[in-house]
Design a protein around this ligand. Structure first.
Ligand code: FES
Length: 176
């Protein structure tokens, strides 16, 4: 007698066993991937270093922060811009400098003392004058600063570039 076409025959088969993991293959592949990831990271670091612009001071492309019109800053005055993490100091001769608020000793935040016309660090009492020059150790270097630009009478500070220095020089000031 003929069997109906659509009926399947089921046969008993052996259960399928998963291949056991070959540990040597697993470790070989892991090492290969770790090697590739490390190579990519090293390449990224190298190209970042090579094309980052000016020496080690650079971190980002221009990040201009508008501080305000030139005339709104009196001679020999200091204005705090805590969001930008700098003090904009206008010197007696009209020059501007944007001083980092990080002490160059161990990085505490400095504060401006109007009565003594100086920056003071609360951690170990380093003091700096209005241009950022060291008045009192243990800090050995002048305060770091950000480049200032003056465009159409507006003072702008590039907070993407922190400039390191040992001491104050007049060419670090920006004039209107
Ligand atoms: S961190 Fe400023 S004096 Fe030490």
């Amino acid at each position: 007698m003929k069997k109906p076409k659509h009926k399947k025959e089921f046969t008993k088969s052996e259960p399928v066993k998963a291949d056991p993991i070959n540990r040597r293959d697993f470790f070989n592949k892991s090492w290969k991937w770790l090697g590739i990831i490390a190579a990519v990271e090293v390449t990224g670091m190298f190209t970042g270093f090579m094309f980052s612009g000016k020496s080690k001071n650079n971190s980002n492309p221009k990040q201009l922060l508008e501080a305000g019109p030139v005339d709104s800053f009196a001679l020999s005055s200091v204005s705090a811009f805590m969001g930008g993490r700098f003090y904009l100091a206008r010197q007696q001769d009209g020059g501007f400098i944007a001083l980092s608020l990080r002490c160059t000793h161990l990085g505490c935040s400095i504060t401006w003392e109007e009565t003594h016309k100086r920056f003071i660090c609360p951690c170990h009492s380093s003091a700096f004058d209005i241009s950022g020059k060291v008045l009192n150790p243990p800090a050995a270097r002048a305060l770091d600063y950000y480049p200032v630009m003056i465009e159409n009478g507006i003072v702008k500070v590039d907070i993407g570039i922190l400039m390191e220095r040992n001491t104050f020089r007049k060419d670090q000031l920006q004039y209107a």
